[in-house]
Design a protein around this ligand. Structure first.
Ligand code: YOG
Length: 134
């Protein structure tokens, strides 16, 4: 059975978000707010087509993609940089490469038990977020 990320996921904890945001040049005030957030993720997976909505009391972010198909990503409301992104499978992980101005930028999602992991990467910094199935 292939992994199914579909569902509603509630924030549990994050690590190293501050350092990740610093590499993206997020300003002080925005970082202070972002560090307090407990975002929710709504994931819809239909075969290799995904939509991931991240919502919070401050900002929301949505992305839609098909595995293996490059797409333009605007990161609107995050750092607002444009990327050419692509997501691929690595065993049971989905791995996104965000090609753009920032080197080694991307993220991975995987599931452990009833927890959803998100690893955010940018220029040598890694931040991990953990969510629990609602
Ligand atoms: O999700 O990339 O699920 O796109 C962390 C970025 C905070 C805005 C969220 C809004 C933090 C201010 C990345 C948080 C740094 C700080 C809720 C979401 C940037 C700006 C939206 C993300 C992927 C994988 C799908």
């Amino acid at each position: 059975m292939p992994v199914d990320f579909s569902g509603t996921w509630n924030f549990v904890r994050s690590e190293n978000l501050e350092a990740y945001m610093l590499t993206l040049g997020i300003d002080f005030a925005t970082r202070k707010i972002a560090n307090m957030l407990k975002p929710q993720k709504f994931i819809k997976q239909e075969g290799d087509v995904f939509s991931i909505q991240t919502t919070s009391t401050f900002r929301n972010y949505s992305v839609k993609f098909k595995i293996g198909e490059e797409f333009d990503e605007d990161n609107k409301g995050l750092d607002n940089r444009k990327c050419r992104s692509v997501v691929t499978w690595d065993k049971d992980k989905i791995v996104c490469t965000q090609n753009g101005e920032k080197k080694n930028r991307g993220w991975s999602h995987w599931i452990e038990g009833d927890e959803l992991y998100l690893e955010l990467r940018c220029e040598g910094q890694t931040s991990t977020q953990v969510f629990k199935r609602a």
